[in-house]
Design a binder for this molecule. Structure first.
Ligand SMILES: O=P(O)(O)OC[C@H]1O[C@H](OP(=O)(O)OP(=O)(O)O)[C@H](O)[C@@H]1O
Ligand SMILES: NC(=O)CC[C@H](N)C(=O)O
Ligand SMILES: [Mg+2]
Length: 524
């Protein structure tokens, strides 16, 4: 996941974009960037780091103009250390184009080959987003004349939909023309449209989450529909068209579990309310495994599990206590690069209040257990703080399969639940009881809040991939040809018991950590 934003306004957009990026920081901590457009001239600044570190006053001054876009990056392709792979990407033809992308293309290798051999375009990094920009640029060049028309833009987006597979929420800027936003035909990653002011004073914004729109004082209008493209010209006129043949809404379920902020509304669903529902249904599961009389207190594992834990405690009639205090200056651990830094960060980030644990049977609640880094540490911290029994409940089902659509879970063998029975996971984490949410229950927690949303991209729980790239844990013929053998190798190869060990028991640094950031990424 990354956070993306774009704006067209009657005034300068640099501060607006900066503020929106800060509100999207939870979606990407590795790099940030912005492009603004003043007349025909694009101004770009991007670098590794968090928003506050990347944009100093002098950088902001050098980003003039009334149209612009920005991104916070959490890499799923290429290399987190590469400054060039920070976004936005820019190409000078046709017109001058800049693009930001949230998602992950699953046929990027084949596209890169075709771009070079057929379209005669050079890709200079290992980023799938640079591939996506060049596909869009090539198609825009084919359909557009001068002056550029909305129809040409929409035809180019339709062609992108035909060529590209995977997930993509996109904002692009066309020099001298305006802002384009589009979402893949299954709407896997979110994209919201907002507006403020009126007439000549109108400001438009497109952003990954509604919190960015509302946080800068604009109003959320609606979501960009799956497959839809929106074009806002420099006079502030908005044009839109459905550009996909068979669009259907299959949003990523993990957005509701963990990725999005609780105060966002995605595709009409309040993330906060969905998380409350998760607490309700999880409470039903808990009482199947642990007698309520054996639970003294419910304690969330901050931050994302709080709404679910609160509702779960309410449903069980048990006290809800903040037993862990979060250091607000440490970022999200799951999206940090590398297992060693993630593990260290759990202890730096969370500290136990011993009195809340001492002599008690505690039920810890987290939103999800992915690599098991957090839960293993936290269970031990609860024991060190004097807890009697330590039970652990997860508001999401076991994460057993790779995510290839924009969450950095490419390697099954990193996942604590992969190839392990429930009892083996419990033993590994070291808790006295382990309770997971049921997948159908999780889906209904979200779907009950929007009747139009009945299906989800839930591959990391189910192993079913919406584009059919992987079937029964194996890349299907053809889809596999698009990709290098080592890509997503956990999914491509049946794992062995040895390779399923998520984290080395002794020091937490698995062999995979010797690879850059411990990730198996798309290498083009
Ligand atoms: O099993 P793991 O691999 O440890 O991943 C799961 C944990 O990571 C996330 O927390 P994170 O610290 O990233 O963010 P949060 O503060 O929003 O909870 C998530 O909320 C879980 O606590
Ligand atoms: N998490 C994302 O959306 C990543 C975008 C893009 N695939 C990258 O790696 O930079
Ligand atoms: Mg967490």
């Amino acid at each position: 996941m990354c956070g993306i934003v774009g704006a067209v306004s009657s005034g300068p957009v640099n501060q607006l974009l900066y503020d929106a990026l800060l509100l999207l920081q939870h979606r990407g901590q590795d790099a940030a960037g912005m492009v603004t457009l003043q007349g025909q001239r694009c101004h770009l600044h991007k670098a590794r780091g968090m928003v506050r570190d990347v944009f100093r006053t002098r950088n902001m001054r050098a980003l003039p103009g009334n149209t612009g876009l920005g991104q916070v990056r959490y890499p799923t392709a290429g290399n987190a250390e590469s400054e060039e792979e920070a976004q936005p990407f820019y190409v000078n033809a046709p017109f001058g184009l800049a693009l930001v992308h949230n998602g992950n293309l699953t046929n990027a290798v084949a596209l890169k080959r075709a771009l070079f051999e057929v379209d005669r375009r050079h890709i200079n990094t290992d980023s799938d987003s640079e591939v996506l920009l060049n596909v869009f640029a090539h198609e825009l060049g084919r359909f557009s004349g001068v002056p550029l028309t909305p129809d040409a833009i929409f035809r180019a987006v339709s062609a992108v939909h035909r060529r590209v597979r995977g997930s993509y929420a996109v904002v692009a800027l066309i020099a001298g023309q305006g802002l384009v936003a589009f979402r893949d035909p299954k709407g896997i990653r979110p994209l919201s449209l907002g507006r403020g002011g009126a007439g000549d004073e109108t400001t438009w914004m497109v952003a990954s989450e509604s919190v960015a729109i509302e946080g800068v004082g604009l109003q959320q209008q609606r979501d960009v529909a799956p497959g839809e493209a929106i074009f806002i010209d420099q006079k502030g006129q908005m044009h839109s068209r459905q550009c996909a043949d068979q669009p259907e809404l299959l949003p990523c379920l993990f957005e509701f579990v963990y990725l999005a902020r609780p105060d966002s509304v995605l595709d009409g669903v309040s993330v906060y309310r969905a998380r409350l529902n998760m607490g309700e249904t999880l409470a039903q599961r808990v009482i199947n495994f642990v007698k309520p009389a054996d639970i003294d207190v419910v304690i969330p594992i901050p931050e994302s599990s709080r709404p679910s834990a609160m509702q779960l405690a309410h449903r069980l009639g048990k006290p809800y206590r903040e037993g862990f205090v979060k250091n607000r200056y440490v970022g999200r651990t799951f999206i940090m690069p590398g297992q060693a830094v993630r593990r260290k960060s759990v202890r730096q980030k969370l500290n136990a209040i011993a009195q809340e644990f001492s002599g008690r049977n505690v039920l810890l609640v987290d939103d999800s257990i992915v690599r098991g880094t957090t839960s293993k540490e936290i269970v031990q911290m609860a024991r060190d703080a004097g807890a009697n029994k330590v039970y652990l409940a997860s508001a999401a089902p076991p994460v057993r399969f790779s995510n290839i659509y924009g969450i950095d879970m490419p390697t099954q063998s990193e996942l604590v639940a992969h190839d392990r029975s429930l009892e083996e996971i419990r033993t590994y984490i070291g808790c006295d009881a382990l309770i997971y949410q049921d997948l159908d229950a999780l889906k209904s927690c979200v779907a009950s809040l929007n009747p139009a949303m009945q299906r989800f991209e839930a591959s990391c729980f189910s192993g079913e991939y919406v584009h059919g790239e992987i079937v029964n844990g194996q890349w299907v013929e053809g889809a596999r040809d698009d990709l290098q053998g080592e890509l997503f190798q956990g999914a491509a190869r049946p794992s062995t018991a040895a390779s399923s060990v998520a984290v080395d028991e002794a020091d937490g640094d698995s062999e995979r950590d010797s690879a850059p950031h411990g990730r198996q990424r798309l290498t083009l």
